[in-house]
Design a protein around this ligand. Structure first.
Ligand code: ZN
Length: 331
């Protein structure tokens, strides 16, 4: 689910977050689950659930050094994606399909967080477009060089025939005839040369594009397996039910199209791989590790992100650099 989807209309968190004076919330100092209570009251249910899940996964796995952002996309797609740095986007469709199953949702969220921590977004859609443009540009440069070369030959042939034609007289006439014929042959040859060169360049472009597509698809499938595996560990450490991942993949498997996406491995293969992983890394052991981390950390606060559209789940330092400064120097 590393989908290069475009955020069109985003759910605007702004109005209700500002109206409920979220800024009043304390930062790192707050210890009680009052933050959770307040979040439950003021956030829409899907956003609240997402906040709680990200917050818990981040602390249990010690990936709470930098803020996370979450946004819900009001489009009915059974999907989620991770494109911009630390942004997790969830489509309405997947929230709907997994409604009432926090563990399955935690698996989706863990998967997206894994794409970020593993830097799978290094090749962004923008970067990919850049590589494709470069391939075309290089090929075009080759075409131009070939064409200029052939053009020079054609010019040479024309000049040759003109020189012979200028001989004059009877011999000159024959010479001109021979020269003309020779020139026409040469021009014809250079035209053929241009067209052969263009064909060859087109082949090169096609080959390079195919190689690029295959390597992108290979990488993408590899990333999906990695994100599945790490995502499972993330959610299990946070104490969610491991089976949530199997339920989530079950939903994806029933979604038309999900099986045929060439950038994603087949769902049965993902389920099989995940089951093996669950044997190697039992959820109970992971939960114990996570419990220890949760016990020594504080709930993470949240704010409306400066992008005005997503919820920012603050790092363990809180969401205020001013508070951080005062804590460091004004005591
Ligand atoms: Zn993915």
């Amino acid at each position: 689910m590393l989908k290069a989807a475009k955020l069109t209309i985003l759910f605007s968190l702004g109005s209700w977050l500002f109206s409920s004076q979220v800024a009043v919330l304390a930062n790192t100092a707050s210890k009680s689950p009052e933050i959770y209570q307040k979040a439950r009251e003021e956030l829409p249910e899907d956003v609240y659930s997402t906040y709680r899940i990200v917050e818990r996964i981040a602390r249990a796995n010690r990936i709470d050094n930098a803020p996370w952002r979450v946004v819900t996309v009001p489009e009915y797609q059974i999907n989620a994606f991770a494109t911009e740095a630390n942004l997790i986007a969830l489509y309405n469709g997947i929230l709907d399909q997994l409604a009432g199953d926090a563990s399955a949702l935690a698996c989706v969220i863990g998967h997206e967080m894994a794409h970020h921590t593993e830097r799978h977004i290094a090749l962004s859609p923008a970067k990919e477009a850049e590589i494709r443009a470069q391939i075309a540009e290089e090929a075009e440069a080759e075409v131009t060089a070939e064409a200029e070369d052939a053009q020079a030959d054609a010019t040479g042939a024309a000049v040759g025939s003109a020189v012979i034609r200028s001989g004059g007289g009877f011999l000159g006439g024959i010479g001109g005839l021979v020269g003309n014929t020779g020139g026409a042959v040469l021009e014809n040859e250079s035209r053929q040369r241009i067209s052969r060169a263009q064909e060859r360049i087109a082949e090169i472009i096609a080959l390079k594009e195919q190689e690029l597509n295959e390597s992108l698809a290979d990488n993408s499938r590899k990333y999906e397996f990695e994100a599945d595996q790490l995502g499972y560990q993330y959610m299990a450490r946070a104490g969610f039910e491991a089976e949530g991942c199997l339920r989530m993949l079950g939903v994806l498997g029933r979604t038309p199209g999900a099986e045929f996406d060439t950038t994603h491995p087949a769902i049965p293969k993902r389920i099989e791989t995940l089951k093996d992983l669950m044997k190697d890394y039992p959820a109970e052991n992971l939960a114990q590790e996570g419990e220890a981390q949760l016990a020594i950390s504080q709930p993470l606060t949240y704010d409306l992100s400066k992008d005005g559209e997503s919820l920012r789940i603050n790092s363990h330092r809180g969401g205020s650099s001013a508070d951080d400064l005062e804590q460091m120097f004004d005591r």
